[in-house]
Design a protein around this ligand. Structure first.
Ligand code: 3NM
Length: 211
């Protein structure tokens, strides 16, 4: 059973976001310290390419999530999500078509990335979508093809039009998370803020503090 606040502190991480040897330890430390959702995102330069290796790594990550009762979401890989019977899938605007995802993965968590009010409005036409990931709110170094930042004001406009909960994404860090206060987001999703944090407990606590 997925908890109602599962979007609150949403950690996204692939093997390229940390040293490969630290990947599972990073995930487990984050789960232990209050991450409420996890997305396996094996994408971009330096990520794994072998489907077998990707599957095995994702499976280990999924087991950890199960241990901590945290939803395990797969980024943009329907085949992998189906094979693992993941809790959900997250796709972008130019990834696997949302209609196909909805059809192939019913009764699961479905997340869609949106970057503008126009994209939110067309996403609203699919009630099967569970949440929207909206951003980048601030500039990010974790996604080379990221759109320009929309900043908290743009985020607030998107939240106002969204028929589903919104998680803020892109460049969210401890020193700017307070700017999300009043935007109406259901949570924050981050890669680097947690992946690169030395003291993950402290960072996760601070990421929750704006609410
Ligand atoms: N998607 P960080 S921005 C995965 O705008 C991702 O859709 C984005 O990483 C989007 O927390 C982004 O390190 C990268 O900025 C988020």
């Amino acid at each position: 059973m997925v908890k109602s606040n599962y979007l609150e502190t949403y950690f996204i991480c692939g093997t390229r976001d940390v040293d490969m040897d630290d990947f599972l330890l990073t995930l487990e430390t984050s789960l232990k310290n209050g991450v409420t959702c996890y997305q396996f995102r094996e994408k971009g330069p330096g990520s794994l390419t072998s489907p077998t290796y990707i599957y095995k790594t994702a499976q280990l990550a999924q087991r950890l999530c199960q241990q901590y009762d945290v939803p395990f979401i797969v980024n943009d890989d329907l085949e992998l999500a189906l094979k693992l019977n993941a809790d959900g899938i997250h796709v972008g605007q130019s990834d696997t078509a949302i209609k196909e995802v909805i059809q192939a993965f019913p009764n699961k968590i479905i997340g869609l990335s949106c970057h503008s009010v126009a994209e939110i409005k067309s996403a609203n036409e699919h009630p099967e979508i569970s949440y929207y990931g909206v951003g980048p709110v601030f500039s990010t170094t974790s996604k080379s093809d990221a759109e320009p930042p929309i900043y908290p004001d743009g985020l607030k406009e998107c939240v106002a039009q969204a028929s589903k909960p919104v998680v803020a994404i892109g460049g969210v860090q401890v020193d700017n998370v307070a700017q999300l206060k009043g935007t109406g987001v259901a949570g924050v999703s981050v890669i680097s803020a947690i992946a690169r944090a030395k003291d993950k407990q402290q960072v996760i606590k601070q990421l929750k503090s704006y609410q």
